[in-house]
Design a protein around this ligand. Structure first.
Ligand code: ZN
Length: 145
C-alpha cells in the first residue's frame, strides 16, 4: 500500500484500530519489569510492564501511554508482539524492528523479518519526524529486563 499523506497514515486500518482500541492497556499487579519512555518533542509517554512465566517467556503484558496516535498504536502493537517471547527474543525483535525503522538494514530484508502486525508501522517511515513516535515504546524495553 502506498500512502500519500499523514491523513492516509491515520486511516491505515491496523494503526487506526490499535490507536482506538489499544490492546493490553492496563497495569499489572506485580510486574517483573517496568519501563518508561518520554518524548518531550510531542508529549508522548509510554509505560510498559511485563510478567514472565517460569520458562522466562512473557505471559502478561500491560502498557499505559498518552500522546499521539502513532505512539499509542505502537505501544499496543508492541504489547501484542512480545507476548510469549523470551527476553533474548524480545531484544532480537527490538533490534530487527528498529533497524528497519531506522533504515539500518536493506529494505529488501523487511519481508524476511517475522514482525507480523508490527509491519503496519513501516509506513510511518514516509514521515521521518514520526519515527520517534513509533520507536518510543521500544526504547522503554532494554537489557535490564
Ligand atoms: Zn508522537
Amino acid at each position: 500500500m502506498v500512502l500519500s499523506g499523514l491523513d492516509d497514515l491515520y486511516r491505515d486500518d491496523v494503526i487506526l484500530d490499535h490507536c482506538r482500541n489499544p490492546r493490553n492497556f492496563e497495569r499489572l499487579g506485580n510486574p517483573d519489569f517496568c519501563g518508561d519512555a518520554v518524548n518531550p518533542f510531542c508529549g508522548d509517554e509510554i509505560h510498559i510492564e511485563l510478567g514472565f512465566d517460569e520458562d522466562g517467556k512473557v505471559d502478561k503484558v500491560g502498557f499505559q501511554g498518552e500522546g499521539c496516535a502513532i505512539n499509542m498504536a505502537s505501544g499496543s502493537l508492541l504489547s501484542n508482539a512480545v507476548l510469549g517471547l523470551s527476553r533474548p527474543q524480545i531484544l532480537d525483535l527490538k533490534k530487527q524492528f528498529t533497524s528497519v525503522m531506522n533504515d539500518d538494514i536493506d529494505i529488501g530484508l523487511e519481508s524476511s523479518i517475522a514482525v507480523g502486525e508490527l509491519s503496519a508501522l513501516f509506513s510511518v517511515k514516509d514521515f521521518p519526524v514520526r519515527i520517534k513516535c513509533v520507536l518510543l515504546s521500544w526504547s522503554a524495553i532494554d537489557g535490564s529486563m
